[in-house]
Ligand binder design. Sequence first.
Ligand SMILES: Nc1nc2c(c(=O)[nH]1)N[C@H]1C(S)=C(S)[C@@H](COP(=O)(O)O)O[C@H]1N2
Ligand SMILES: [Mo]
Length: 441
Amino acid sequence: MSSRNTTGKIERGICELYADDPERADALVFGRRVDKNRRGFLKSTGLAAMAAAVGAVIPYQRNMPGGLIPAALAETTDAFVIEGKDGLTVLNDRPINAETPAHLLDDDVTPIDRHFIRNNGHPPQSVDTKTWMLEIDGEVDTPLRLTIDQLREQFEVVSLKLQLECDGNGRSSFNPPARGNQWSVGAIANSEWTGVRYADVLRAAGIKSTAVYTAQYGADTHLSGQPDKDSISRGMPIEKALDPHNLIAFEMNGKPIHPMNGAPLRVVAPGWPGSCSHKWLQRIRVRDVVHDGAKMTGTSYRVPKYPVAPGQKVPKEDFRIIESMPVKSLITWPQSGIELAAGTRKLGVRGHAWAGDYSVSKLDVSIDFGASWIDAKLDRAPNRYSWQRWQADIEFPVAGYYEVWARATDEQGNQQPFAIAWNPKGYLNNSLHRIALRIAA
Ligand SMILES: Nc1nc2c(c(=O)[nH]1)N[C@H]1C(S)=C(S)[C@@H](COP(=O)(O)O)O[C@H]1N2
Ligand SMILES: [Mo]
């Protein structure tokens, strides 16, 4: 696997090149600077290099987004190892986006090395925990400037297990496809976060009666490199901001936060789109209007106000901001594709379920493509906003190919659908999780 430079000389492996200098790699491999969203019009040398890298022609290569590592490479190479992460599938390395295969999410508390990464920009290169400042301003009586030590000293420190899911999780199953990171099911995690309550800090600053929405800002930089542009700046309605389960966190599983997950300080706003959980947090500005920062408007993290047909065009004014995430579940054991020994008739299966602002009240499992369902044992959450463990014992009548399907129902009666409720940007896919298994004859 190698890329050719303009003189036709074999230079270096594509993976190595991407790891060292993705910009240059794209320019070299594709013969030009690549548009952020579309590679388009590749030079034939670039095409040949990419085809050689994946071992076959790529009929639809013109649709491949810039900076996208072909899945074939992401799966077969260890050139994209992210320090402190283990077993994640890298979807993109500019910016870094990586998800966790379902069977590696089996723990009740997601280990740091298994927590997915979703970056919109370039993370800060180096951070100093001692001098890091958090500013609270806007519609408050007393603007505050606090170090992390001051946060620890002045506010109650709490630890909570909290689900954090990217709104785009499940996008890869959209048809027609939606642009953006092609997450399968692994942009979800449930780590234990330690920090102070977001609400306590806002209250300490004194929330004015004019307060409507929060606006969050962090230290990552825009992909364009322009210093005046935010990679992302989102927030929450003041009512959600005051929920005592939102944390301004400085520890993850009792350790410093992983650099890619927002060290040294981040928001964790569980149950709502992951994009509300601002990483590398430097400032919360309380606003008297709905925040209109980067990726708050247009079609970003927004869905049509009404159901739409797959592929339907929707006018921008008909989109609403995503709030609570929908009910969902994951089968974390066994791993999809497993082959069980001949004669196997019983198997324990398990996973997690979660439902945004709500709790999960029921989990059903099917092994006959949904014709019949059995009730799984469902645990209560250790704290509100943690995902819930489920477990079921299933029996197979004969040898052969089976699919295990899991379907969660929340306390309001909302149930995971079989099919995707399509929307233009590929958000909120909560269709039921299916795994495949074979019992040898
Ligand atoms: N500063 C900053 N915060 C951010 C993002 C980002 O790109 N920059 N991505 C958001 C999105 S879209 C998600 S889903 C979560 C992902 O958190 P994680 O990378 O720790 O898994 O972080 C959110 N916070
Ligand atoms: Mo996200």
